[in-house]
Each structure stands twice: as structure tokens, then as C-alpha cells.
Design a binder for this molecule. Structure first.
Ligand code: ADP
Ligand code: MG
Length: 158
């Protein structure tokens, strides 16, 4: 798969990128966010949710303990999940994750923990620290698959 490399020199850059990404998303889309603790997964997911909701003051807590938070927005339902603490496939079923994802714009932190259960058309974003570029610098590696790939590529004119 093609991977795009995006430099995010500071938090403002991550927020701008999130707003840009939000404009491209529609119901049924799945975005995964991987990377270690503090890489910026929740920060990016939060601004995407706020942007979709048209409310930059909307409270978007980390779903570390709830596993899944859903939001009603003018752009449709938005689901924000964090599977770090997921027990196994049974727990995903209990959450109703697959059904929710089909009718929502979905953002998943720690997708590795739910590997088999994720749709194959999606945008995978891996965030990492970039200490050589500064204390707040991050890099985002974007790997789109399926229909998503062509759309994101067009939108970003990459
Ligand atoms: P994760 O969900 O990956 O564990 P968080 O988003 O919760 O990470 O935390 C990232 C932390 O790093 C936040 O405190 C955020 O303010 C800070 N930060 C600093 N620079 C950036 C950046 N460029 N992008 C995202 N977060 C940043
Ligand atoms: Mg997080």
C-alpha cells in the first residue's frame, strides 16, 4: 500500500490536519490511530470529532475506560473508540462495534487490539514522536486502503 508521510511540527499542526481530515470523512468511514502513549491519538481524534460536530469546545474525553463514545453531529453519528483495554472479540461484540461502525464515522485508537474485527476499507494513521524536529513534533504515516485510498489521495492531491 502507498503510505504518505506528514510532518506535524507542533500541536497546532496536528489540529489543522485533523480539521482537514474531518472535511473528507463521511458515514461508514473508519480511521485507525496507532502509536504509543502520548503520540497524539486522542488529540487528533478529539479535533476530528469537534470539527465534525462544528463545536471546537465540545468535550471529547479519552474513551480509555468506556472503550467507545458516540456523538451525534450534523455530519452523522461519530464513534470514538480506544481498544487498549479490550478483553477480546466477545467484548467487541458486546459493544456492538461493527454495527455502530457501519452507520458512523469511526475513529479507533489501538486498532491492533481488535485486528480481525475492522473493515478492510479504511485509513490507517500511525503517529510517532519526532524528537529531532522538536519536543512537540510528531509524524503521521497515512496508509489508506480500499475506496478510501483514492478519495483521500484526491482530496490531499498527493
Ligand atoms: P495518545 O492518545 O496517543 O496517548 P494524547 O493525545 O492523549 O496521546 O496525548 C498527546 C499529548 O501530547 C497531549 O498532551 C498533547 O497536548 C501533546 N502534544 C504535543 N505536541 C503534539 C502534537 N504535535 N500532536 C499531538 N499532540 C501533541
Ligand atoms: Mg489516547
Amino acid at each position: 500500500a502507498v503510505t504518505w508521510h506528514i510532518r506535524l511540527p507542533d500541536e497546532a499542526a496536528t489540529l489543522d490536519f485533523g480539521r482537514f481530515l474531518a472535511d473528507e470523512l463521511k458515514v461508514g468511514d473508519l480511521v485507525t490511530l496507532s502509536g504509543g502513549l502520548g503520540a497524539g491519538k486522542t488529540t487528533l481524534a478529539r479535533v476530528v470529532v469537534q470539527s465534525l460536530a462544528g463545536d471546537e469546545a465540545l468535550e471529547v474525553p479519552s474513551p480509555t475506560f468506556t472503550l467507545l463514545q458516540t456523538y451525534e453531529t450534523a455530519r452523522g453519528p461519530v464513534a470514538h473508540a480506544d481498544f487498549y483495554r479490550i478483553g477480546g472479540p466477545g467484548e467487541l461484540m458486546e459493544l456492538g462495534f461493527e454495527e455502530i461502525a457501519e452507520r458512523s464515522i469511526t475513529l479507533v485508537e489501538w486498532p491492533e487490539r481488535a485486528a480481525g474485527a475492522l473493515a478492510s476499507s479504511r485509513l490507517d494513521i500511525a503517529l510517532d514522536l519526532d524528537p529531532r524536529s522538536g519536543p512537540d513534533a510528531r509524524v503521521a504515516l497515512l496508509t489508506p486502503t480500499g475506496d478510501f485510498g483514492a478519495r483521500v489521495a484526491r482530496a490531499m492531491s498527493l
